[in-house]
Design a protein around this ligand. Structure first.
Ligand code: ADP
Ligand code: MG
Length: 702
């Protein structure tokens, strides 16, 4: 149970004054939560920059284009003439050096009169501009009297926002949430506090949200670093708790004599690459050990991870056990079964698929066979972790594209068997430090070579102004019978709040359909699974030549005949994502082309990204460049460059802390694995605070 102490932080944001249903919806979107955000979510939403209002010049000395705070006397008002709603409401004010105009568009009746009464002294803060030679502030951010001014900090935090959410109201909500912040026990050990000079968490939260110095919000400063360490420690401790459960009962072995594996290898229409062979051998060795396997198999898209996973499944089948392969999407699960089924059949391995789509009698039958041990490998989506899915003897859980699943799902799957071995497949090559973040101390196998016969991909960047030439080229390719992907960032405008000029896949589909007729298909994330599969199958068979898609094709989709990809708004995608997308082509024996359409002007970061992606197709290199580039500061803001699943810690800034948090977690597991005593209580608090508490029930079971 969550410590009572934390309850105030887990109350919904709607309990705050001024946060109604409309704000709630915006906050849900902003904070990436499906349910109503809680105060803790607000407090962990950190500023991306600050506005410095400390400049207090006289009007004569105020620099246009800067944020200033002026001390003025209100001289007169000039409301807009009646019936001219577009004209602004002007307020003339002055100090002993000059005049300033305060401008309000579409002010509510009475609002300005009350805020700036004639004759009153006011402190007015905002960006100063010159208009017709007169200093002007349009919609001052702040207008306060002397008493209120005395209480104001001169530095305001600026937060990542979403369209429709005003900075002021987010700030107010966060300030209210800060008032509810209870005193929390210290969970970090005194040595680390001393070594890293961490402030207490309460002070850290107060200072990042109410900075006293411009440097208070820097990610590598003491306040942010403290919070990042907390977040990382929670993650590492949760992983360590899971890890501690991984001993296998004596005598259990999960790999047989290689008989089935050899049959699978004989059934392959190609030879394994040497890194596939090495990975398969390492896995077999793990399966034989008395300790459970926790291994990450990393390899670029198309490097051939599926067959390695199949060999692992064959190994456990040899000793009469079962395996499960869980993929994040239905498309991917079906892709896997398509690769696996023919090979499995020839090797005498019984496989089946279970997703949200298998229902009623069909599902019932699968579950029965599974329970009876008549299925050796069950492939599926998170439908696999439903309660009524019961294995006779699950020994191996293969989880594809892990970071899309949380610890909770991983645990749920491994809980369906005794001492289940875990193999994680990742198509995003992850730099070492990040492996540590997501997986703790995991063994790693890498598939670095591409299978033989792969052709290079010619990648080019093209400004969006030349889209017509691109269309013509696509037309020629279609007439020549080629298969073309056309990737658009988002499905609907509603998803694109704040990014209004992103191309809408549906709109692009319509315009391409006008031009190329029924050779054009569309898939996006909001389509039904069956519908998606139908379109994908039409594309794979060539019935459709041009597939407009959102990033649903990012992971795993395999149509080897597709040789051309157009990516719209390529500057909007991260490096890893571009790499993933591009990995959908260049999979067959023909050479491929990738066109990156970008909008001008490109900022430095996007320019650098496009240059990297043009230069190389090596995923491991791209991952390293990505980390480096992020280190130089992502203009899109902090959220963009964070670690998925982490709100505060950033790989580029907090790399050192990741290792320290890991070491601290290991020390805790050594000294106090049951999290007892005051420190143990404090650590439980930490796990709950960062919602890594799914590991807590394991503590008693050990
Ligand atoms: P990944 O899951 O790593 O993206 P897949 O396992 O889907 O890659 O493999 C991509 C394609 O390469 C599949 O069509 C598969 O049959 C093929 N393949 C796998 N290993 C080899 C190999 N050693 N030689 C040739 N083709 C291979
Ligand atoms: Mg794959």
């Amino acid at each position: 149970m969550r410590p009572l102490l934390l309850n105030p932080l887990f109350t919904p944001v709607t309990s705050l004054a001024g946060v109604g249903p409309k704000q709630e919806k915006l906050l849900r979107y902003l904070l990436g939560r499906e349910a109503t955000p809680r105060l803790v979510d607000l407090l962990l939403h950190l500023p991306s920059s600050v506005i410095d209002r400390r400049a207090r010049p006289k009007i004569r000395d105020a620099l246009p284009g800067t944020v200033v705070t002026l001390e003025v006397t209100v001289d007169r008002h000039r409301p807009p003439p009646p019936r001219s709603s577009r004209a602004p409401y002007l307020v003339y004010a002055s100090d002993d050096t000059g005049d300033v105009v305060l401008t309000y568009f579409r002010a509510l009746p009475g609002y300005v009169e009350k805020l700036l009464p004639v004759g009153a002294k006011r402190y007015v803060s905002g960006a100063l501009q010159m208009y017709d030679g007169v200093p002007q502030i349009v919609h001052p951010d702040r207008v306060v009297d002397e008493a209120a001014f005395a209480k104001l900090s001169g530095i305001d935090p600026v937060y990542p926002l979403t369209e429709g959410l005003a900075l002021g109201s987010l700030r107010r909500a966060i300030a209210l949430a800060l008032q509810k912040l209870p005193s929390l026990p210290e969970w970090i050990s005194p040595e680390i506090i001393r070594r890293c000079q961490f402030p207490p968490i309460k002070e850290a939260l107060n200072r990042v949200h109410m900075p006293l110095e411009l440097t208070d919000i820097l990610p590598d400063g003491p306040f942010w670093s403290r919070l990042a360490f907390d977040e990382l420690l929670a993650g590492q401790l949760a992983l360590a708790l899971v890890r501690a459960q991984l001993r296998r009962p004596a005598g259990e072995r999960h790999a047989g004599d290689g008989r089935l594996r050899n049959k699978v290898i004989d059934a392959l229409p190609y030879a394994l690459t040497s890194s596939q062979r090495r990975a398969a051998a390492a896995i077999a060795e793990d399966l034989r050990q008395p300790v459970r396997m926790l291994r990450l198999l990393q390899g670029d898209v198309g490097s051939g991870k599926t067959v390695v996973a199949l060999l692992a499944a064959a190994a456990v089948t040899e000793v009469g056990k079962q395996a499960a392969l869980m993929a994040p999407t239905e498309i991917l699960a079906r892709q896997h079964i398509k690769t696996i089924a023919p090979l499995a059949e020839r090797a005498g391995l019984r496989v089946a698929i279970l997703t949200g789509r298998e229902k009623g009698k069909e599902r019932h039958e699968i579950l029965e066979r599974l329970d009876a041990g008549q299925i050796d490998l069950l492939v599926g989506t998170h439908a696999l972790i439903q309660d009524d899915v019961v294995f006779k003897a699950l020994a191996l859980a293969v989880v594809d594209e892990q970071h899309r699943f949380g610890v909770r799902e991983r645990l749920a799957l491994t809980a369906k068997g005794e001492a289940v071995d875990v193999l994680v497949l990742s198509a995003t090559p992850i730099p070492r430090t990040l492996v540590l973040t997501y997986f703790g101390d995991m063994d790693v196998s890498e598939l670095r070579e591409k299978p033989a016969g792969r052709q290079p991909i010619d990648t080019r960047a093209v400004p969006a102004s030349r889209i017509n030439e691109v269309m013509e080229a696509v037309g020629r390719a279609l007439s020549a019978g080629k298969l073309v992907y056309w990737i658009c960032p988002l499905v609907e405008e509603s998803e694109a709040e704040g990014t209004d000029h992103l191309t809408d896949a549906t709109k692009r589909f319509e315009s391409l359909q006008k031009r190329f007729g029924d050779k054009v298909g569309l898939v996006h994330g909001q389509m039904k699974g069956t519908e998606k599969d139908r379109v994908m199958a039409q594309f794979a068979s060539g019935e459709i030549g041009l597939l407009v898609a959102t990033t649903v094709v990012e992971v795993g989709v395999d149509v080897p005949a597709a040789t051309i990809m157009v990516i719209e708004n390529a500057e909007r995608f991260g490096l890893a994502q571009l790499h993933q997308l591009r990995g959908r082509i260049g999979r067959g024996s023909e050479s491929s082309t990738c066109l990156l359409l970008y909008r001008e002007p490109l900022n430095e970061m996007s320019k650098a990204r496009l240059a990297v992606i043009r230069e190389t197709t090596d995923g491991f290199r791209i991952a390293e460049e990505d980390l480096k580039l992020r280190g130089e500061g992502d203009v899109l803001g902090i959220r963009q460059s964070g670690l998925p699943g982490y709100r505060i810690a950033r790989p580029d800034v907090h790399g050192q802390l990741i290792t320290q948090a890991r070491d601290e977690a290991l020390r805790i597991m050594q000294d106090n694995p049951k999290l007892k005593g005051d420190r143990g209580e404090a650590l439980r608090c930490l796990l709950y605070l960062f919602e890594r508490d799914e590991a807590i029930p394991l503590i008693g079971a050990g």
